[in-house]
Design a binder for this molecule. Structure first.
Ligand code: IDP
Ligand code: MG
Length: 156
């Protein structure tokens, strides 16, 4: 392997994008990049889980709206694996505010509004947030270790 350490990250298709039929589009982008899906499930996030997941924002004015949004309908939770995956997914997601997100990014192509921004990914600037979020949403037995047949063509 030539670049970056292989790691796992937590990604979630938020309720707005589930309602808009975008699970497949978002999964497809990550899958086509060569990232490996090692866990995935449709979930209904309850208030307790939402408050824990977004604890870092609990003092912000938008916190209550954020918790309501993320608990308002099913979300699609995933774990993806790959070289430098946490940062790579963040780059693919684009800026938090879709209005500022570059075309070609998931938010820049699929969303318009800060409070309806389609996707969550662990923060690569917050070390350990990937593992913390994976543990919060998944049991060990729900994550599957396997080789993708194209791995020797993805990594040097
Ligand atoms: P991120 O999702 O790009 O990591 P964060 O700053 O961690 O962005 O914020 C978490 C989520 O909170 C955002 O994805 C968005 O849904 C929501 N959010 C962030 N800032 C605002 C705001 O100013 N108004 C409304 N919602 C916000
Ligand atoms: Mg964040």
């Amino acid at each position: 392997m030539s670049s970056g350490e292989r790691e796992r990250t937590f990604v979630m298709v938020k309720p707005d994008a589930v309602q808009r039929g975008l699970i497949g589009e978002i999964v497809s982008r990550l899958e086509s990049r060569g990232l490996k899906l090692v866990g995935g499930k449709l979930i209904e996030i309850n208030r307790e889980l939402a408050e824990e997941h977004y604890a870092e924002h609990s003092d912000k004015g938008f916190f209550e709206d954020l918790v309501e949004f993320i608990t308002a309908g099913p979300a699609f939770a995933m774990v993806w694996e790959g070289a430098d995956v946490t940062r790579q997914v963040r780059e693919m997601m684009g800026a938090t505010d879709p209005a500022e997100a570059a075309p070609g990014t998931i938010r820049g192509d699929l969303a318009l509004d800060l409070g309806r921004n389609a996707i969550h990914g662990s923060d690569h600037e917050d070390p350990g947030s990937n593992e913390r979020e994976i543990d919060l949403f998944f049991d060990e037995g729900e994550l599957i270790e396997y080789e993708r047949i194209d791995e020797s063509w993805l990594y040097e």
